[in-house]
Design a protein around this ligand. Sequence first.
Ligand code: HEC
Ligand code: HEC
Ligand code: HEC
Length: 191
Amino acid sequence: MLNKIAVPLILIVICSTALAAGKDKENKFDGEFWNQGTHFQLTGEAIAIGEDGIHDPTNDSAMASLQQPEEAMADFPRDDFGLLNWVKTLDSGLITPRTDMFGIMDPPTPLDLNITFTNTGAMPNVIFPHRPHTLWLDCLNCHPAIFKQKRGANKFNMTDVFSGRFCGVCHGKVSFSPTRNCMRCHSGPAK
Ligand code: HEC
Ligand code: HEC
Ligand code: HEC
């Protein structure tokens, strides 16, 4: 059995080795670097593998063998801000994500159910579409932890979304940011 002192010691050794490796090569391989979260390619131009905050830029064989997003995503549709539109990318068949690691599970059955949010001030209503979400996500990713499964049962505003709650649990992290693309969510008719 591992004792309580051994575990932190191992972690310290791993962390300091990683930091030392980074310093040797004069790159940004430190805590801040790994938290950039740019590996979902949400903003602007394609981010190189070694700068995405998830791949180790000091691993020369990985850097040499992995396909760069700029090449892999060259034909992927982008929105008016030049950001990747993953829904169109999926719908156009450019990618076929696996349901599980071995590709043996059936693909999810999408749910065709739109919910309209009307507490939007002068902005157009928000139309929440289940379909593009349930093409990639399980019901359990949202219900019940993020959203109670009942129309009108979740009270929140835009500040919550900007602060990473409700829609903001994903939007701005793994999906398009709420600080741009207002109209992609506020897609109802003008008030
Ligand atoms: C990821 C989806 C999403 C995006 C993107 C988004 N919103 Fe919202 N917004 C919502 C939802 C959901 C509500 C809550 C509606 C409700 O509770 O009925 C809301 C509510 C609002 C409200 C009314 C409530 C409040 O906090 O005053 C305003 C104003 C608003 N949004 C402005 C914006 C602006 C401006 C942008 C772009 C900078 C934006 N939103 C982008 C989803 C989004
Ligand atoms: C990305 C998040 C997300 C996922 C994934 C998701 N839902 Fe929802 N669901 C919502 C939101 C948001 C609402 C509206 C809640 C509100 O109005 O406050 C909702 C509402 C519902 C409602 C209530 C409808 C009504 O008229 O009261 C049902 C039923 C529902 N979802 C079923 C499902 C099922 C079944 C799945 C999986 C196939 C699923 N949802 C996946 C976010 C999600
Ligand atoms: C559990 C994660 C998650 C939550 C929570 C979530 N979304 Fe999404 N949403 C996604 C993903 C993933 C996509 C597809 C990738 C992309 O377009 O960036 C997406 C796409 C969308 C799209 C694009 C649809 C299209 O056809 O282009 C809209 C609109 C949207 N979400 C609105 C919302 C609103 C409004 C909420 C809150 C009520 C919300 N989402 C909550 C993950 C989430």
